[in-house]
Design a protein around this ligand. Structure first.
Ligand SMILES: NC(=O)c1ccc[n+]([C@@H]2O[C@H](COP(=O)([O-])OP(=O)(O)OC[C@H]3O[C@@H](n4cnc5c(N)ncnc54)[C@H](O)[C@@H]3O)[C@@H](O)[C@H]2O)c1
Length: 287
């Protein structure tokens, strides 16, 4: 399994902001070469210059992870530039809230397109390369603590994160089944101080909500997410969790400092064990 990062190649999606950018910073400090992918061109360029300024070799590729072809092109560009790839972080993600019966089909399409299909396309583009290399490597899929519990008013997000976690566990078993030197981890952040509460900024025009759609529940939960995330942990803590997780070959990279998340998750498992109706978990709304 991957221990030594120096000179190795990392690919990070959603690299222009938040957790993705912190991962790039941390990988740069480990002496890695970095491929940064994001849909937001201007902030990608700016983030890439910041990572280069830390001394890393960087390739920045505008990528929409919801499109399989973009991920194939990203994999090609990675090999063209660096010949190899060792760490793949399928990290890009977006949030849309609202009552399940009110969220419109394009809310679901957008959130699942980025948070689930983005991870799947990343796996399909990069895992065959990692297996062919037959060298130590690691896939890190950014899921969420929302992939282990189900808070109301976040249906599309919850579904996307449960699905991304399911996909990651499946991938883990498949890689182990092949005795591959490629590891896999699911990063499940709690509340982290990033731009996720402003996800609408890069929602494609054809998936936008019509201006006349008035959903107070949606407005309320999206404002609450912005507020809680602004009071969340520094994204650098996630980068530290990922680097340690890769070195220790740990799959579940869960909330650590704030135990209210893991307690809510254990309560859900207990509900299932006892065939009890779902308990609404109480989690801390900020740091
Ligand atoms: N911040 C939190 O509290 C939190 C908690 C749990 C999980 N997460 C997950 O962490 C991951 C990173 O999000 P973040 O919190 O750093 O938010 P962020 O908004 O700061 O960063 C997300 C990045 O993804 C990019 N992106 C959005 N759509 C894309 C697309 N179609 N293709 C490529 N890139 C795209 C954005 O441009 C942005 O740079 C997401 O998967 C998110 O669901 C975040």
């Amino acid at each position: 399994m991957l221990q030594d990062f120096e000179g190795k190649v990392a690919v990070v999606t959603g690299a222009a902001s938040g957790i993705g950018r912190a991962l790039c910073e941390r990988f740069a400090d480990e002496g890695m070469k970095i491929v940064m992918a994001d849909v937001e061109q201007a902030s990608l360029r700016e983030a890439a210059s910041r990572i280069e300024a830390r001394g890393a070799e960087v390739l920045a590729v505008r990528t929409d992870v919801s499109r399989a072809d973009d991920l194939s092109r990203l994999a090609e560009a990675t090999l063209d530039r660096f010949e190899k790839v060792h760490v793949v972080c399928n990290n890009a993600g977006v949030f849309a809230g609202g009552l399940t019966w009110e969220a419109i089909p394009t809310d679901w399409e957008w959130v699942l397109g980025v948070n689930l299909f983005g991870v799947l396309h990343g796996i399909r583009a990069f895992v065959p390369i990692l297996l062919r290399q037959n060298e130590p490597g690691h896939v890190v899929n950014t899921c969420s603590m929302a992939g282990l519990i189900n808070m109301p008013l976040s249906g599309a997000y919850n579904v996307s994160k449960h699905a991304a976690l399911s996909l990651s566990e499946t991938l883990y078993h498949e890689l182990r089944g092949q005795q591959s030197p490629v590891g896999c981890s699911a990063l499940c952040p709690e509340l982290i101080r990033t731009g996720i509460g402003r996800s609408e900024r890069n929602r494609p025009a054809h998936l936008k909500r019509p201006a006349d759609v008035d959903q107070p529940a949606q407005t309320m939960v999206e404002a609450a997410i912005r507020q809680s995330v602004d009071a969340g942990l520094d994204p650098a803590a996630m980068a530290e969790r990922v680097v340690q997780g890769i070195r220790e070959d740990r799959f579940y990279l869960l909330a650590e400092e704030d135990t209210s998340w893991t307690e809510a998750c254990l309560t859900r498992l207990e509900d299932i064990r006892l065939r009890r109706n779902p308990t609404l978990g109480v989690v801390r709304a900020g740091n």
